[in-house]
Design a binder for this molecule. Structure first.
Ligand code: ZN
Length: 241
């Protein structure tokens, strides 16, 4: 079974279409989404409906939650806040109900999905260091946890309680180890590479691949500016920061 795992689409329709096409070409069997479908970008409703209509199983992200009034806006920086308010004004009743109904954690058999961390997922903490990774590993009952949230692709490996971290593009999954994998962001990468990011987990082959996909960045930027969203949100797309 080959799984495509992606998230942090953030209303970037151009980036979403590019990764969906790449998944098709990479012949994946199942697609899964780590949340933050909306927020920042100019096409929140299109992205939400695309993912919902494709019946892609999804967990809820902090922007999804805030856009439907479940996470307080004071959690966010001014740019994010402005984008969430703009987004909330565009999401109708039915779409809001779908976002509200998304679970925070999904057990997918051999692995788990959560937007931020298994440790208090509703508090939206980041896994950027060993301590945060360990807190999540302690609560992980499967062999791998896929996450998003920081928009920075990273692989944490836990073996005999020793946690190491890697940024490699391809990782051979070891039977004796467990993993927390941040697949990066489709719609707003922040690791200095502006291409859309997502992961392919090949369960049978025992490999994990963190992929990057080119997309029409100027088109996404234009829409952000035309929508009256903060210009910084357009500028950062070409820097990947
Ligand atoms: Zn995000």
């Amino acid at each position: 079974m080959r799984y495509a795992i992606f998230g942090d689409v953030h209303g970037n329709r151009e980036a979403l279409e590019a990764v969906l096409l790449d998944m098709e070409q990479a012949r994946v069997d199942r697609r899964l989404c780590l949340g933050d479908i909306v927020g920042y970008g100019a096409d929140p409703v299109d992205c939400l409906r695309r993912i919902r209509d494709l019946k892609i199983e999804t967990v809820q992200g902090n922007h999804d939650s805030a856009a439907v009034g479940e996470t307080p806006l004071d959690y966010f920086n001014p740019f994010a806040k402005r984008a969430i308010e703009w987004t909330a004004g565009r999401i109708g009743k039915e779409d809001a109900a779908w976002l509200k109904g998304l679970p925070l954690v999904r057990d997918c058999g051999g692995f788990t999905l959560v937007h931020s961390s298994l440790a208090r997922p509703r508090e939206w903490g980041y896994i950027l260091d060993y301590e945060a990774a360990q807190r999540c590993f302690r609560l992980l009952s499967s062999r791998a946890c896929f996450i998003g949230h920081s928009h920075v692709p990273l692989v944490f490996r836990d073996h005999d309680d020793a946690v190491t971290v890697r940024r490699a593009a391809t990782v051979a999954i070891e039977q004796a180890a467990r993993y927390i994998v941040n697949v990066g962001s489709v719609g707003q990468p922040r690791d200095g590479d502006p291409r859309a990011a997502y992961g392919i987990y090949d369960e049978g082959g025992g490999t994990l691949e963190l992929r990057r996909v080119e997309y029409d960045i100027p088109a996404a930027q234009r829409k952000i500016v035309e929508a009256g969203l903060p210009e910084f949100l357009a500028v950062r797309l070409e820097a990947g920061r």
